[in-house]
Design a protein around this ligand. Structure first.
Ligand code: SAM
Length: 210
């Protein structure tokens, strides 16, 4: 790795360390080469703490926001986890370092094809990355202990709540295209408990309401 990129990687990792003392998460960020998940013209920015454009008008999310989301998920190795929005596969790779049962869904077919090739070349199993169009999530692999959504919805989608197990958590950006709040929703026997984690800006979640 070029020394400039290495320097910015070190400073990004230090920033993540100042936000989380979860070593497993930090190690996953240290291990995964973010520059391999983004188009050539942005690779010099790979370790800036910012979202960057990827193919098909989508984005790879901001590292500190996804670190916060993963931290809040409080993952255990055997949790059954659903990621919505595979995109470049970067978050999928990070999560694959942390859990054994990971399903991911994406709606852009050519993107998913490219991403699977990339992830396979890095040694990740992509059998549980699924193309979805009208449905949201992956009923056949549900219920999920944890659901992480890296695209923004106007309101919390019922389809996802149905796929969440009791005591499970869903982390999702909710709001308009311009302004969103990152919410953590816990499904309890008494109902949903919602906590606001941060403000954020993600691309829109596209789905057909049932
Ligand atoms: C911010 S990008 C995801 C970034 C990705 N996690 C990464 O690490 O590169 C959001 C992705 O969500 C996808 N998306 C939008 N609506 C979706 C849906 N209903 N189901 C699955 N993916 C969806 C978009 O096509 C886009 O690739």
């Amino acid at each position: 790795m070029k020394s400039e990129l290495q320097k910015s990687k070190t400073s990004l990792i230090n920033k993540l360390k100042s936000q989380s003392n979860n070593n497993k998460i930090i190690k996953a960020f240290e291990k995964i080469p973010r520059e391999l998940f983004i188009p050539d013209e942005y690779q010099h920015l790979a370790y800036e703490d910012t979202a960057l454009p990827i193919e098909y008008n989508q984005t790879i999310s901001q590292p500190s926001i996804i670190a916060k989301m993963i931290n809040e998920l409080d993952l255990s190795i055997n949790d059954n986890v659903l990621e919505i929005g595979t995109g470049s596969g970067y978050l999928f790779a990070i999560l694959s370092e942390l859990v054994n049962n990971l399903t991911s869904t994406e709606i852009i077919e050519p993107l998913i094809k490219k991403t699977k090739i990339r992830l396979n070349s890095l040694g990740y199993n992509t059998n549980n990355i699924h193309l979805t169009n009208k449905a949201l999530g992956c009923l056949k692999n549900s219920p999920f202990d944890r659901i992480i959504v890296s695209a923004a919805a106007k309101k919390i989608p019922d389809q996802l709540l149905k796929q969440l197990s009791n005591n499970g958590n869903l982390i999702i950006p909710i709001g308009s295209e311009q302004k969103q709040e990152l919410l953590k929703i816990t499904k309890t026997l008494k109902g949903l408990v919602t906590e606001s984690l941060d403000s954020c800006k993600f691309v829109p979640l596209i789905f057909n309401k049932l």
